[in-house]
Design a protein. Structure first.
Length: 297
């Protein structure tokens, strides 16, 4: 009960005055109201597997970009203090069970990747999943594989995510069908883009009856324009995808006087639902990312 909890918390603070405090996430107004009142604030927002969320359930589906918007807003409110941001993972609590039948409901591979990259685009210094239940792997093996692939990519660039911060120094031409962000570290820019183009396909009213609903994602191309900071020297560019370093195709177009790099015709598909490009200021970045990726093999 509340008095017992209050007594326990008070005793803990008396014994451990430097104990960090944490508040879990909720609606934007509560996140804003309590920002700064704890050392750490957490937030998650799930868009798949018929999982609950803080927006209206009867609108048909959660907002696909909610995994980014709610996490980014929490980070903005609580900065410069740290936020712990989550992605949807594999959790048996989203499964449906009745006396007639059972349905295993988990994010598919691209739904997981969209949400995981939303954590990075929102400015997180690391990545947590709710949850990583290995038993659900047998019904959604491709999601489990995708989680591993994404984790390898993040391990490859982890130090740049940890020391860097989101800048907003990017523009795109697809009228809201994607999310794009640039993370600035000392000797690297991490450019991430997330596909949002879809034909619906996700109906929460069907979730009530036990259906396994999924988004119907569509393909499109987007052109990205990245502003290079005055203090950054562009030496190398490459893509990291599924644990491998790749050349950027088509090649970036560099406008030296305007300090602008254009990534033309970036392809986004259900299978390529996110992309991550690295702009390096020296040769050590590629070598470091490759070493990290090889360590995860």
């Amino acid at each position: 009960n509340l008095p017992s909890l209050l007594e326990s918390v008070t005793n803990s603070w008396r014994k451990y005055p430097n104990l960090p405090t944490y508040a879990g996430g909720s609606r934007n107004r509560y996140n804003g109201a309590f920002s700064g009142s704890t050392d750490i604030q957490g937030m998650d927002f799930y868009i798949a597997a018929c999982a609950p969320h803080v927006t209206s359930f009867f609108s048909g589906s959660p907002p696909l970009r909610g995994s980014y918007d709610y996490l980014r807003n929490t980070r903005n409110n609580h900065m410069p203090l740290p936020t712990w941001l989550y992605s949807q993972g594999l959790f048996p609590g989203w499964d449906f069970h009745s006396f007639l039948f059972s349905t295993h409901r988990q994010p598919n591979n691209f739904e997981l990747r969209i949400q995981a990259m939303s954590v990075i685009a929102a400015g997180a210094k690391g990545l947590m999943y709710f949850q990583t239940n290995i038993e659900e792997n047998q019904w959604y093996p491709n999601t489990w594989i995708e989680m591993g692939n994404f984790n390898r990519d993040m391990f490859g660039v982890r130090e740049y995510l940890r020391e860097g911060d989101i800048t907003g120094m990017i523009s795109k031409n697809d009228n809201g069908d994607s999310i794009a962000e640039v993370i600035r570290a000392r000797n690297a820019l991490i450019v991430v883009v997330i596909n949002l183009s879809n034909d619906g396909g996700y109906d929460e009213l069907l979730c009530v009856g036990g259906a396994d609903e999924h988004w119907d994602m569509t393909s499109h191309d987007v052109t990205l324009q990245v502003t290079i900071p005055d203090s950054f020297t562009l030496y190398d560019t490459f893509e990291v995808q599924n644990g491998v370093i790749l050349p950027i195709v088509p090649s970036p177009v560099v406008n030296v006087p305007g300090r602008m790099v254009t990534l033309p015709t970036v392809e986004l598909t259900p299978k390529l639902s996110t992309r991550m490009f690295v702009f390096a200021s020296d040769a050590s970045v590629r070598a470091n990312v490759l070493r990290n990726l090889n360590e995860m093999k």
